[in-house]
Design a protein around this ligand. Structure first.
Ligand code: CA
Length: 442
């Protein structure tokens, strides 16, 4: 496999570069020509196909192929781009991904001849149904924010909030791929077993402590053969890009079921992801050093330590959670921002997650999803779930309607947003990840 550095800047990152798609040049667009995230969409009854978000439009790659715009690309890449999921493209690896980025940038730049085909190759995002970008074979959820781990730990174990393994082991658990849904899919309040502290027996019924978790997802590229760990220095070669993840969680079910084997039905009823995968190439200008470990913390063990990862394994990605209630929408009140945090503050880098996951020989496959765990920072406003924001419901949040929230109510819609900005570069965004809560089944 050819290894390419993931932090290289080139002409595709030039902040002066503009597109013939006018909406992409608006300063507040998540999808300028410097971004070029990939996803899968469908219009009406037409077949699903791969597209690229550009401004408020989608570049339809199947249509580009029909118009002969891919004749310079290698045939395996062209075949992958004609598929109905990103999996084949994910398997091709970074050299193909980089070639594709160069090609898409050239097709969409302000002076590209392809603009004469705009009516045939562009589809307004408003007319498209966005689908899951890949067939996700396996899903693993980590716990990479030390602030989140400490906050949650202190609620359950006030004297001993952070377990002794935390600073050595990137903690994770195997999630459920079958219930991963794309942004916009409603989420039904789950039923489950809960037990009030004083109750003699548990009861079965709708969760009363439904929560979101603000996370970042990593979509895996080529992956590794069973038994062959991915060394940390190569880990980013296996990361195609990132998206937003909402790991919906039923806290009362979780509290009763989680010991001794960890989360199960409290988490696997739904996980929402944003539809557009922002590539590591697009994120190159926004890479930062790994989280600086406080004095006295152990260094990562050698298999999790790589100088390049320490120097640039972080991502300066701002993340927000917004909420609307049914009443807010009925009264025409705009969504309320609940929190804002940064992915920079995660204790483990995405490369460390990949290296750790495969360190025992476990194989990752194209289209696997790794999620970071709740992104929480030290500031109160940077807490990435309601469990932390309302401190187990003890400090409710007031909505503009006068309603209060300890946990999510039916009709609430949670909106995750994420973007990167840095002086001298064009701001890029991850778009949105939305989900509205439906009442539990009787
Ligand atoms: Ca989680």
């Amino acid at each position: 496999m050819t290894h390419l550095p993931t932090h290289t800047l080139d002409a595709t990152h030039d902040p002066q570069l503009s597109s013939w798609v006018a909406s992409a040049n608006r300063p507040d667009s998540d999808f300028p020509i410097q971004n070029l995230p990939l996803g899968v969409f469908r219009r009406g009854n037409e077949p699903a196909r791969i597209g690229v978000a550009i401004g408020d439009q989608i570049l339809d790659l199947a249509a580009c192929h029909r118009h002969g715009l891919f004749t310079e690309l290698p045939s395996d890449l062209v075949v992958a781009l004609g598929d109905t999921t990103l999996n084949r493209l994910l398997a091709l690896g970074r050299p193909a991904w980089r070639l594709l980025r160069q090609h898409l940038s050239a097709l969409l730049r302000h002076d590209a001849p392809a603009q004469t085909l705009a009516a045939d190759i562009l589809i307004p995002q408003a007319q498209a149904e966005l689908l899951l970008p890949a067939t996700i074979g396996d899903y693993t959820d980590f716990y990479a924010s030390i602030v989140h781990a400490t906050n949650v730990g202190s609620m359950f174990r006030p004297d001993n909030p952070l377990l002794p393994n935390y600073k050595y082991v990137p903690i994770g658990y195997h999630g459920r791929a079958s219930s991963i849904v794309v942004s916009g899919t409603p989420v039904r309040r789950p039923n489950g077993q809960t037990k009030a502290p004083q109750a003699v027996q548990p009861q079965f019924g709708p969760t009363r402590r439904l929560d979101y978790e603000l996370e970042v997802g990593v979509l895996i590229g080529p992956g590794n053969a069973l038994g062959e760990p991915i060394p940390i220095a190569e880990a980013e070669q296996h990361i195609f890009g990132v998206c937003l993840v909402n790991d919906w969680s039923a806290r009362d079910i979780q509290t009763w079921e989680y010991q001794p084997l960890g989360p199960f039905l409290a988490k696997n009823f739904a996980t929402s992801i944003s539809p557009w995968i922002v590539t590591l190439e697009a994120l190159a200008p926004f890479r930062t050093p790994a989280y600086p470990r406080p004095q006295g913390d152990p260094a990562p063990l050698p298999y999790l330590f790589d100088p390049a990862d320490q120097a640039g394994g972080g991502i300066d990605l701002t993340l927000e959670v917004w909420l609307t209630s049914q009443q807010m929408r009925a009264q025409g009140i705009a969504p309320l921002r609940l929190s804002r945090g940064s992915f920079r503050e995660m204790y483990w880098t995405i490369a460390q997650l990949v290296a750790h996951h495969t360190s025992n020989g476990c194989n990752l496959r194209p289209g696997d999803l790794l999620a970071s765990g709740t992104v929480s920072g030290p500031a109160r406003e940077a807490r990435g779930c309601l469990l932390e924001l309302t401190w187990r419901g003890e400090e409710p949040i007031s909505l503009p309607t006068g309603e209060q929230r300890r946990f999510l109510e039916d009709g609430d819609e949670v909106i995750l947003r994420g973007w990167c900005e840095r002086p001298g570069f064009r701001r890029i965004g991850l778009g949105e990840c939305r989900g509205m809560i439906l009442p539990a089944l009787e």
